[in-house]
Design a binder for this molecule. Structure first.
Ligand code: NAP
Ligand code: ZN
Ligand code: ZN
Length: 351
């Protein structure tokens, strides 16, 4: 039997005339391989905002966003082996994938190509129903797509790790951030501030490239050793050819030529931000300096667990502002204005 739970949903393309509002949704009955989770906290990712603003294409309304989920197991199916009632668990950006393609088998479920991962929201589950995310009281997820939250990480701080944490951890690992590597993070928001903390915890030398110097003190406290304003043209002159790795976490379009020019020979700029519109890349800046431009999508289940354990071991956690669910529309406005320090997290008891 399905369960009715409270949630916050967008019923139309989000805007001042179409805010997220309180509603109810149905959660599927707990199947043999499923875990039912009482959601305690849900982080607010800029991807939630892109999605409900229909900037990434088609959206099935009503939609309940939220893919940074932390809570407690309340029920397990008969075949579940990994979790028991009372366990502290998380759910990230996807709740299923084909499990059979090359990428799924390799643990890169986020790159499932058959036909793709099933998003935590705005996807279609195996039961044929639209998936709905974490701005809700509870969720039911197959145990293979559930993460274990280490005891030392409080649930409110664990939530943002499930997307912002893994999205920055994965490329830092993939491109070998560590001692002797100079890493720049563009944008000090949800992803960016965790990128700084994680890169510093890995032993890299970290620079922040922010629009202004307003958050400089924070950036240095988070682990950066350098902080620059991108509104100052001198920044680009001074830093030409400086970095081994650049993570671009900005949600809006940037002039890619300027930023690619900051890479050393064979350096890589990884695109993490996913703005609505394309960004032109002049060939010259790649050719002169054998520079690379790549992208990276969250991380697989195995790597997400590795990231959570790394955060517990290295005492890495996001800086959060816990909010009541009814504040979500203002939180979106503030996120649009880059006024977030550094992740909004909904206290789901207020839904
Ligand atoms: P966020 O908290 O809003 O942070 C984005 C930051 O970018 C802002 O804090 C701001 O930093 C900077 N910024 C915003 N507008 C800008 C502009 N017009 N010009 C220059 N800089 C600007 O967002 P987030 O949740 O970290 O997400 C960032 C992006 O990553 C979004 O596009 C999101 O959809 C995407 N994302 C991708 C993945 C993936 O798997 N690849 C996963 C999650 C999210 P400063 O104030 O420091 O300049
Ligand atoms: Zn996200
Ligand atoms: Zn697959």
């Amino acid at each position: 039997m399905t369960t009715t739970v409270s949630a916050y949903a967008a019923t139309n393309k989000w805007g001042s005339d179409a805010p997220l509002t309180k509603t109810t949704i149905e959660r599927r009955a707990v199947g043999p391989a499923d875990v039912a989770i009482d959601i305690k906290f849900a982080g607010i990712c800029h991807s939630d905002l892109h999605t409900v603003s229909a900037e990434w294409g088609e959206v099935t309304f009503p939609i309940v966003p939220g893919h940074e989920i932390a809570g407690l197991v309340t029920e397990v199916g008969s075949e579940v082996t990994k979790y028991k009632v009372g366990d502290r668990v998380g759910v990230g950006c996807f709740v299923d994938s084909c499990r059979e393609c090359e990428n799924c088998k390799a643990g890169d479920e986020q790159y499932c190509n058959n036909p793709g991962m099933i998003g935590t929201y705005n996807g279609v589950g195996r039961d044929g129903n639209p998936t709905q995310g974490g701005y809700s009281d509870a969720i039911v997820v197959d145990e293979n797509y559930v993460l274990r939250i280490p005891d030392s990480i409080p649930l409110d701080k664990a939530a943002p790790l499930l997307c912002a944490g893994i999205t920055t951890y994965s490329p830092l690992r993939h491109w070998g951030a560590g001692p002797g590597k100079r890493v720049a993070v563009i944008g000090l928001g949800g992803l960016g501030h965790l990128g700084v903390k994680l890169a510093a915890a890995m032993g890299a030398e970290v620079a922040v490239l922010s629009q202004s110097l307003k958050k400089m003190e924070d950036g240095l406290r988070l682990g950066a050793s350098e902080y620059y304003a991108t509104s100052d043209p001198e920044t680009f002159k001074k830093l030409t050819g400086s970095f081994d790795l650049i993570l671009n976490t900005v949600s809006a379009n940037l002039d890619m030529a300027d930023y690619l020019g900051l890479l050393k020979l064979d350096g890589t700029l990884v695109e993490l931000g996913l703005p609505e519109h394309p960004m032109p890349v002049p060939a010259g800046v790649l050719i002169f300096g054998r520079r690379r431009l790549s992208g990276s999508l969250i991380g697989g289940i195995r790597e997400t667990q590795e990231m959570l354990d790394f955060c517990a071991e290295h005492d890495v956690a996001p800086e959060i502002e816990v909010i009541e669910a009814s504040y979500v529309n203002e939180a979106y406005e503030r996120m649009l204005a880059s006024d977030v320090r550094y992740r909004f997290v909904i206290d789901n008891a207020t839904i």
